[in-house]
Design a protein around this ligand. Structure first.
Ligand SMILES: Nc1ncnc2c1ncn2[C@@H]1O[C@H](COP(=O)(O)OP(=O)(O)OP(=O)(O)O)[C@@H](O)[C@H]1O
Length: 255
């Protein structure tokens, strides 16, 4: 289908708070991501990144707005979203007692991928992510970097058009991080639409095509690095953020 693979429109989430004033975790956020495009959704702690991803995945009901993945609305068809999205997060664990091979095969079954295709994909992903030496080892004994490779492979087993990555390099060394960057390049080459949430602004600057800067639930800036530089007058994403953080907080509570 043509048009952006991801369309987030006027997405909002307010949480009730103990003092009675609701917290606007996400406030009227809209953006789009095209095929083969990598979008960096960036923001300091508590900016609303994870809440945005959770709503996009259909794991949390928005207070307002909607998001569509490959033309399918999460509000109308939450059950159809998971087939269209791969999700990588450091908090999504691997199954301790299964080997990467068994786990990938299990995930393929879960998504009704035909057995021949499951085998093909396991072979391809094992090669792509260089997992051959530990593909039969129990996941529980793998290193953090090896587990993350299994997680990346798992997210691609059902070959979704869209990939969401939440802090994919957290806890990884320079080699592990490079594996993630290469994986992102691979996704781009495969025509996926990719969203990455990260605090590593230096990394984001290297691999993302466009950026959305979230602060207190609001998307304050959205565009390419050149566009953001022009808009904010700052040279780097880090400088842009320092500038944002120094602005008086006007958001944060729902109206
Ligand atoms: N279930 C919840 N109930 C109440 N408040 C919540 C809930 N989930 C998130 N929040 C609040 O919403 C705001 C946004 O949280 P969110 O986890 O989306 O931020 P984030 O940008 O992912 O932060 P971080 O980078 O620290 O992971 C925070 O103020 C958080 O405390």
């Amino acid at each position: 289908m043509s048009g952006p693979l991801i369309r987030v429109s006027h997405l909002s989430k307010a949480f009730p708070a103990s003092d009675g004033v609701p917290v606007a975790a996400v406030n009227d956020v809209s953006f789009e991501v095209a095929r083969s495009e990598v979008f960096g959704l960036l923001g300091p702690n508590g900016a609303g990144k994870t809440t945005t991803l959770r709503m996009m995945l259909g794991l949390m009901q928005p207070s307002a707005g909607d998001s569509t993945i490959d033309g399918v609305s999460v509000a109308a068809h939450p059950d159809q979203i998971k087939r269209r999205v791969g999700f990588v997060s450091t908090s999504v664990g691997v199954y301790q007692w299964l080997s990467p091979r068994e786990m990938l095969s299990f995930v393929g079954d879960l998504y009704d991928v035909p057995p021949d295709t499951v085998e093909q994909r396991i072979r391809k992903l094992t090669e792509l992510l260089d997992m051959k030496s530990y593909i039969h080892r129990r996941c529980g004994v793998l290193s953090t970097g090896q587990k993350q490779r299994v997680n990346l492979a798992r997210a691609l087993m059902h070959d979704p058009p869209v990939m969401l990555l939440d802090e994919p390099t957290r806890g990884l060394d320079i080699v592990g991080s490079q594996v993630v960057f290469d994986f992102i390049q691979h996704l781009r080459g495969e025509g996926k639409a990719v969203i990455i949430c990260t605090h590593r602004l230096d990394e984001a600057e290297r691999f993302a095509d466009r950026f959305g800067l979230l602060h207190n639930g609001a998307l304050l800036h959205c565009g390419t690095l050149a566009e953001l530089q022009q808009e904010t007058g700052a040279a780097t994403l880090t400088d842009m953020f320092l500038q944002l953080l120094n602005e008086p907080a006007s958001e944060g509570t729902a109206s």
